[in-house]
Design a protein around this ligand. Structure first.
Ligand SMILES: [Zn+2]
Length: 65
């Protein structure tokens, strides 16, 4: 189950909750009892750029064949 980080706009506390993705945008109550919270960006980074293979080196440059 993914973890989401939230921040309370009332007291400024940040907290994490483990909840299904379907409920990621659902209101999360602050540990202090406040419900004015916002969801922060997930710290889990996925994806990225794969290193491109170096091109070069023809097969039949002239010797083979
Ligand atoms: Zn709070």
């Amino acid at each position: 189950m993914p973890r989401y980080e939230y921040r309370c706009r009332t007291c400024g506390a940040t907290f994490e909750l483990s909840r299904p993705m379907a409920e990621s945008s659902a209101p999360a109550a602050c540990p202090g009892g406040h419900d004015d919270t916002v969801k922060l960006l997930s710290t889990v980074a996925v994806g990225g750029t794969a290193p491109a293979p170096s091109t070069g080196g023809g097969c039949c440059g002239g010797g083979c064949g």
